[in-house]
Design a protein around this ligand. Structure first.
Ligand SMILES: [Zn+2]
Length: 309
């Protein structure tokens, strides 16, 4: 980063429409899909892995923008009502979840990590400090500071260092991948270049950083943020995505928010989805770090997150 010739700032600069071939390749190269890491079969011979992930945003990022009481109360619903209801739903089906928690959420809800860890075989992951939009940060130094602050906070509350990161708003700054490697994290779950696990490549080289990819269509946010439609519509998309991941023998990664899917009718739709998932043979419901432990066996001899090979 110290010898980076590009101008200061944290966003990734675009290129002119008449850029040269070399400029096009260089501009796209910083974070790319590398090797596919899906193993021949999952734990105990399972044919599909299922990761139910929860982004516990609550009052953030609204608190950093327009801290209006009604808007904040919608976020607070995630803590008072949404999270407990989702935890009960996961417990009913004995499904472990991966909970990405902005560090600052624990200032307002100091018990949130205990609440999650106390109710199942769940994992806690990183989700920024206050759900900051990484490309808008001042520079790599500010991003590093917030990342380390979030790691310290969650480590203190969970008792172990989080293994995974999910970028707030699913957006990277141009230093994010370097910072995740520097912090020695095992995996990221913010990118969308495939719908199965892969290794992130940078500048044409493997990075050792594992990606467990997401997709906007597998996130409750786009369906419900500006729409109060029938919960069965998105959950029907989620079910079909699971069925096809099952047929393909890969992974199904779902992203939900307690403040959104913790609503009664939506939690009921989640309940039906989990019932469907549990009714199929050969399904492995796992936390993301358990999935990372199980990725293609040739990885086991090289430390994940380490130097490129
Ligand atoms: Zn979020």
């Amino acid at each position: 980063v110290g010898t980076d010739p590009r101008p200061p700032g944290n966003d990734s600069p675009g290129i002119p429409v008449d850029a040269s071939d070399e400029q096009i390749v260089a501009a796209a190269a910083s974070v790319r899909a590398g090797r596919v890491l899906t193993p021949p079969s999952w734990k105990d011979g399972a044919r599909v892995a299922v990761c139910i992930t929860l982004d516990v945003d609550n009052e953030f990022p609204r608190l950093n923008g327009n801290a209006r009481p009604v808007s904040l109360s919608w976020g607070e619903y995630g803590a008072t009502t949404g999270l407990p209801r989702i935890l009960r739903t996961l417990a009913r089906h004995r499904v472990p979840g991966t909970f990405f928690i902005p560090g600052a959420t624990t200032v307002l809800h100091p018990g949130v990590v205990d609440e999650v860890l106390g109710s199942g075989a769940h994992e806690i992951g990183l989700h920024g400090w206050s759900h900051e939009y990484l490309p808008a940060l001042r520079d790599a130094e500010q991003e590093r500071e917030l990342l380390l602050r979030s790691i310290d906070r969650l480590t203190e509350l969970a008792g172990t260092k989080p293994a995974g990161f999910r970028a707030p708003f699913w957006e990277f700054g141009r230093h994010t991948l370097d910072l995740l490697r520097e912090a020695d994290l095992r995996y990221d779950s913010s990118l969308m270049a495939m719908d199965q696990p892969y290794e992130i490549a940078a500048g044409g080289r493997p990075t050792g950083m594992i990606e467990l990819p997401v997709h906007w269509a597998l996130d409750d946010g786009p369906y419900f943020m500006s729409d109060v439609g029938d919960p069965d519509v998105p959950f029907e998309v989620f079910r079909r995505e699971f069925d096809l991941a099952y047929d393909e023998g890969t992974i199904f990664v779902l992203t939900l928010h307690p403040m959104i899917s913790g609503l009664r009718s939506r939690a009921a739709a989640l309940d039906r989805l989990l019932e469907h998932i549990r009714s199929r043979p050969g399904v492995w419901c796992a936390s993301m770090s358990d999935v990372v432990d199980h990725l293609s066996p040739e990885r086991s001899d090289s430390r994940i997150g380490g130097a490129p090979r």
